[in-house]
Design a binder for this molecule. Sequence first.
Ligand SMILES: C[S@@+](CC[C@H](N)C(=O)[O-])C[C@H]1O[C@@H](n2cnc3c(N)ncnc32)[C@H](O)[C@@H]1O
Length: 220
Amino acid sequence: MTRRRAGEHWRHRRLTPAIYDFAAEHEPLARLGGRVLWGADVRALYDSFAEVGALPPGSAVLDVPCGGGVAFRGVPAAAGLRYVAADLSPPMLGRARAEAGRRGLDAAFARVSVDRLPFRAGTFDLCVTYNGLHCLPHPAAAVAELARVLRPGGTLRGSAVVTGAGVRQDALVAYLRRRGHFGDPGSAADLHAWLEAAGLRTAAMTRTGALACFSAVKPD
Ligand SMILES: C[S@@+](CC[C@H](N)C(=O)[O-])C[C@H]1O[C@@H](n2cnc3c(N)ncnc32)[C@H](O)[C@@H]1O
């Protein structure tokens, strides 16, 4: 089997990202996929999207990688947030724009790599990074970059596939790494270490199957 460079898949492909996003946008399908593939109950993940909409109007939010905009469901059109949705993949950004249009969400879109964000330090009140860190070759660098653009007192929230949940899930991670879908995912303990090394204080870390959900705060 040909080994592809980590991240290449997302940069160039259209079909599997579209299939992934279709499932992500249909929660019952995502629940089934989460259970079958990762032994995970993704309901907490979908619940956490709603917390974005609870921010005060005027808050600045960075959603990267936004994919097709699955987190937009948590943001009422009238929330008055300054919402930036960013991703490496033009097709995914196209899907996210269409999703924002359907939801009436006023968002800015940016094609960026999460480990090189074109934003000044301290720009965002909240950064969300759902289901993306495991796609990256250097997830710790991405966490550090997200921490940089967060304002003191701001929160980084997200989820990622992690290793160590079981033999079957680890074999699937290894397969997806060989195919270039995944980068270099770590364990939940690695994820915790990346957050702390970036100067964040981990406020919550829960694991369901191979899916870890976390939130971390940048100290004032
Ligand atoms: C599994 S999807 C998750 C998307 C979305 N957050 C969700 O939960 O459905 C992974 C996303 O990461 C994006 N991606 C991969 N490498 C990236 C990078 N270096 N910078 C930004 N986005 C990246 C892909 O284009 C894809 O949209």
